[in-house]
Design a protein. Structure first.
Length: 359
C-alpha cells in the first residue's frame, strides 16, 4: 500500500512540475496549485524524515558506529540528496508563501526515487554500478576520439569556414553530434579532407556508441541470471524435502533445477509416457489423474519421481488446474543428486512408496 502511495505521489509531482513550466500555468497560479504543491511537498518531507529516523535506528545493530554517522550516510547518499531536493519547493513555500514556477521543476527529480519501488529500475542501476569500470573506459575512449577528431576538423575547416569552426571547443560540438550519429547539420565540413574526416568520425562513432549498449545488455542478462538463481534458491529452501539442508547443498540443487511456467489446463505428461524428469511446484496446482479420484498437488509438493526411481513409464497423467510455476529436475541431475545426498533419495522413496500404496 505504501509503495503504491509513493508511486502515486512521484508521478503526481512529476506531472505538476512539467505543467508548471507552461505559460498557462505560470499565468494562472492560484490556491489549487498552492494546495497541490503543499500536499506533495509535505508527503516528500514525511518520507525524508522517516528515512532519517530509520537510518538512526540502524545504529542499534552496529555498536561501533554513531547515530550521526548513519544519518549522514543516508543524507549524503544519492537517494538521500534526491529526497532532500524534492522537499525544497515546500521549504520555499513555507518561507515565502509562494513558489516561483521555475523551482517546481525539482519535483520532476522525484522520478529518480522510483528504483526504491520498482525492482526492474533498481536492477538497471545495479548493472551500471557493476559495469562502471567498463563504461568509464568506453567513455574515456569516446572523449579521446572527440578531442582528436574535433582538433583535426578545426585544423582543416578553420581556413574554409572561420565563422563556423572558430575554435576547437566549437568543433567539439560538431564532434559530439557526429560521434553520437545525431548530426544536427548546423556545422558541416565543406572541404574534401574535412568530409573524409567526418565520414571516418561517423563510422567510428557507430561502433563506439554501440559498445556501452552491449556492456549494459550483457550486464543486464547477468543480473537477471543472478536474480533467477536467488529466486530458485529461495524456492528450493521452502520445500519441506530440502528444509534440513545447509546453504551449500541448497545452492548445489538450485543450480541444476530449471524454472518452467505452464498455463492452466495443460497436460504435463500422460500415463505410459517416458519418464525423463520430476517436478517441484513453486506456485499453482496440478491434478494427478488416478483411480478412483484425482489427487490435487499444490505449492511445496513434487511429482514424477516414481518413473525416475523405477526407470519405468509414467504411472499417471498430470494436468495443471491453474497457471503453475515449476522447478524441473532432469533424470541425469536426479541421479547425481541421489548419489550425493542419499537422505534426500530416501525421503523421495518414502513419498513414492506411499503413493504406490494409495494407487
Amino acid at each position: 500500500m505504501k509503495r503504491s502511495i509513493s508511486i502515486f505521489f512521484i508521478f503526481s509531482a512529476t506531472l505538476f512540475g512539467i505543467f508548471s513550466s507552461t505559460e498557462y500555468f505560470r499565468d494562472n497560479l492560484n490556491q489549487i496549485s498552492f494546495i497541490i504543491s503543499f500536499v506533495i511537498g509535505f508527503y516528500f518531507l514525511y518520507e525524508y524524515l522517516r528515512n532519517i529516523f530509520l537510518a538512526s535506528k540502524i545504529v542499534a545493530l552496529h555498536h561501533s558506529a554513531t547515530r550521526l554517522s548513519f544519518i549522514a550516510k543516508y543524507a549524503f547518499s544519492f537517494l538521500g540528496c534526491i529526497d532532500f531536493l524534492v522537499c525544497i519547493p515546500l521549504f520555499i513555500l513555507l518561507v515565502n508563501g509562494q513558489i516561483p514556477y521555475w523551482v517546481l521543476f525539482l519535483y520532476t527529480l522525484s522520478l529518480l526515487k522510483l528504483p526504491r519501488y520498482i525492482p526492474g529500475l533498481a536492477m538497471i542501476g545495479n548493472v551500471i554500478y557493476v559495469e562502471r569500470r567498463n563504461l568509464l573506459a568506453t567513455l574515456m575512449s569516446l572523449i579521446i576520439l572527440l578531442v582528436i577528431f574535433s582538433s583535426l576538423l578545426f585544423a582543416v575547416e578553420n581556413y574554409a569556414q572561420p565563422e563556423v569552426f572558430q575554435s576547437i571547443p566549437h568543433a567539439m560540438w560538431w564532434g559530439i553530434t557526429t560521434l553520437t550519429t545525431v548530426g544536427y547539420g548546423d556545422m558541416v565540413p565543406i572541404t574534401l579532407l574535412g568530409r573524409t574526416i567526418a565520414a571516418s568520425t561517423m563510422l567510428i562513432g557507430i561502433a563506439m556508441v554501440a559498445i556501452p549498449a552491449g556492456i549494459i545488455a550483457s550486464g543486464f542478462i547477468d543480473e537477471m541470471r543472478n536474480e533467477a538463481i536467488l529466486s530458485t534458491w529461495k524456492s528450493v529452501r521452502s520445500f519441506p524435502l530440502f528444509k534440513e539442508l545447509n546453504s551449500e547443498k541448497i545452492s548445489e540443487i538450485a543450480s541444476v533445477l530449471k524454472s518452467q511456467v505452464i498455463p492452466s489446463g495443460v497436460t504435463i505428461f500422460e500415463k505410459g509416457s517416458f519418464s525423463d524428469s520430476m517436478y517441484f511446484i513453486v506456485e499453482g496446482e496440478v491434478a494427478v489423474i488416478v483411480e478412483p479420484d484425482p489427487v490435487l498437488l499444490t505449492k511445496g509438493a513434487f511429482f514424477g519421481e516414481i518413473g525416475l526411481l523405477e526407470v519405468a513409464p509414467r504411472s499417471a497423467t498430470v494436468i495443471t488446474t491453474k497457471k503453475t510455476n515449476f522447478l524441473v529436475l532432469t533424470m541425469h541431475d536426479f541421479h547425481q543428486i541421489s548419489d550425493r545426498h542419499p537422505d534426500i533419495l530416501n525421503q523421495i522413496r518414502q513419498v513414492a512408496s506411499q503413493r504406490n500404496i494409495n494407487q
